[in-house]
Ligand binder design. Structure first.
Ligand SMILES: Nc1ncnc2c1ncn2[C@@H]1O[C@H](COP(=O)(O)OP(=O)(O)OP(=O)(O)O)[C@@H](O)[C@H]1O
Ligand SMILES: C[C@@](O)(CCO)CC(=O)[O-]
Ligand SMILES: [Mg+2]
Length: 377
């Protein structure tokens, strides 16, 4: 998962960081023998939604494979014809009215599966820790985990030592293999997003904290962890409709790197970062991609002199809150803040989940302690 920026879609610099929330995809190829009996199916089980979709392989073949699969060594974009066929295939399915937004993910799934494995019968199961459509890159995590599983099954990617459920096995996949996973995931993202820059799938694939500009990535190393709180406003939105411009990220990344290379007081680094976040949020607000639920979170954090900004495309979704070191050394204030926060307008009833709390994050990525809160019941 990641946290990204509007500017990147238009070629400006953006900074994104991975956190320890995962989307898991498992794939079981079924015997081809069933194929001959005409009973072979491709099944997709979306665990978090309690939804299962299935397509007879013969139907997939008829609808999609007018041309043969050209091999998965190179990621290819989805042609308009293929997209139209996928749309027709989905029309044959009943997607519950409240979940029509899933069709973007289903299209990406059908494209990736049939492009990489053809119409082989199989069962794919997906589950995720990430809130969908909330600015944390769930679509990229979906495409990356899917591409990883499919390419491994196709023998294109070698998962040395296996892919563990915590995701740590990825570190054992070779860089070239990860590159291929990333390229296919990007093609999937294009189906879900329209015109993504590729930052989300890149940080999802390689982890860590990156600076990204026009497809080029630089790893950012920070010696002092930056502490962020992420809250989910639970207001949904559509990224395709929201992507627009801005650029403050260059300064953020040099700040992060500066702190890694030179001794600069952690407090001044945090103050500068807070200032940049405030400017960034101000600009995004002017662009009209904020939302009343985001403003509510902002008001609550402001009472404690804490700075926050929306993440991803905005329009609802998640909010990033900078937790300065000074607060961490004042447990009483932190406690009052969290208490107030849970009881703010958005958080009725005040149910909160510490999905991730100071766990493996420090070791994993040099980004710092992080807590993700779910504010709604
Ligand atoms: N686990 C999943 N299962 C099925 N579809 C998914 C899953 N995760 C994401 N998707 C697809 O991705 C869409 C959300 O993508 P979208 O880009 O709008 O939001 P996001 O990636 O969470 O946030 P952002 O791109 O702003 O960081 C969902 O509507 C769905 O179609
Ligand atoms: C569209 C996008 O900016 C959404 C933000 O998370 C992702 C990307 O550029 O790859
Ligand atoms: Mg996305």
């Amino acid at each position: 998962m990641e946290v990204c920026e509007h500017a990147v879609v238009h070629g400006s610099t953006a900074v994104a960081a991975a956190i320890d929330l995962y989307t898991r995809c498992s794939l079981r190829l079924l015997p081809r023998a069933d194929d001959e009996a005409g009973a072979a199916v491709l099944e997709l089980d979306l665990r978090d939604h309690g939804l299962t979709f299935s397509w007879p392989c013969a139907r997939l073949h008829e609808a999609l494979l007018t041309e043969e699969v050209a091999g998965a060594q190179e990621a290819r974009p989805c042609s308009p014809d293929r997209m139209a066929s996928i749309a027709r295939l989905l029309e044959e399915h009943e997607i519950p009215g409240a979940k029509v937004w899933l069709s973007a993910g289903l299209s990406a799934f059908l494209f990736l599966y049939t492009s990489i494995l053809g119409c082989r019968p199989g069962k794919v199961t997906v589950s995720s820790d990430l809130p969908m459509g909330s600015g944390l890159g769930s679509s990229a995590a979906f495409c990356v985990s899917m591409s990883g599983a499919l390419l491994t099954a196709a023998g294109m990617v070698a998962a040395v030592g296996g892919i563990s459920s915590k995701g740590t096995g990825w570190e054992l996949v070779g860089k070239d293999d990860l590159e291929l996973v990333n390229q296919w995931a990007f093609q999937g993202e294009k189906i879900i997003h329209g015109k993504p820059s590729g930052i989300d799938n890149t940080v999802s694939t390689f982890g860590s904290m990156i600076k990204f500009k026009k497809g080029e990535l630089t790893n950012l190393k920070s010696r002092n962890p930056i502490k962020m709180l992420i809250t989910d406003t639970r207001v949904g939105r559509n990224t395709k409709a929201l992507v627009a411009v801005n650029s403050i990220s260059e300064e953020v990344s040099s700040l992060v790197e500066l702190a890694a290379n030179e001794e600069i007081a952690i407090t001044s680094k945090e103050e500068k970062l807070a200032e940049l976040m405030e400017m960034n949020q101000g600009l995004l607000q002017c662009m009209g991609v904020s939302h009343s639920s985001i403003e509510t979170v902002l008001r609550t954090t402001l009472k404690f002199n804490l700075v926050s900004k929306l993440t991803g495309a905005g329009g609802g979704g998640c909010v990033l809150i900078l937790i300065p070191t000074r607060i961490l050394f004042m447990p009483n204030i932190l406690q009052t803040f969290l208490h107030d926060f849970f009881y703010c307008e958005n958080a009725k009833p005040p149910i909160y989940d510490f999905i991730s709390n100071n766990s493996t994050f420090d070791n994993f990525y040099s980004f710092g302690h992080l807590v993700v809160l779910n504010l709604a019941s």
